[in-house]
Design a protein around this ligand. Structure first.
Ligand SMILES: [Ca+2]
Ligand SMILES: [Ca+2]
Ligand SMILES: [Ca+2]
Ligand SMILES: [Ca+2]
Length: 91
């Protein structure tokens, strides 16, 4: 893996995404994110936070649909990333 293609593999590159923020202080170590915005202040940057407006430090996502448990209605059973409530409305 060499996310930023700078010739240094992620294992020895201390800035994996090449955005100028070292991994340790980068809110999204694998997403180039020069803004480093973290609206909910949970330590995950907006660009990689699976619940941008809900503080969820763990970023847990039980059903792996890309929507964190903290803001997941839990109804995306077909895993197409559209929550069931919206899918019902769109029928
Ligand atoms: Ca970085
Ligand atoms: Ca956040
Ligand atoms: Ca969050
Ligand atoms: Ca989820």
């Amino acid at each position: 893996m060499d996310t930023d293609h700078d010739g240094m593999g992620n294992r020895c590159d201390n800035d994996d995404d090449g955005d100028g923020f070292l991994d340790q202080e980068d809110l999204c170590p694998l997403v180039p994110d020069k803004q480093q915005k973290d609206k909910d202040g949970d330590g995950s940057g907006d660009l990689c936070d699976n619940c941008v407006s809900q503080p969820n430090e763990e970023q847990q996502d039980r059903d792996e649909d890309g929507v964190g448990n903290a803001c997941d209605s839990g109804n995306d059973q077909d895993k197409d990333s559209v929550q069931a409530r919206k899918e019902i409305f769109s029928l």
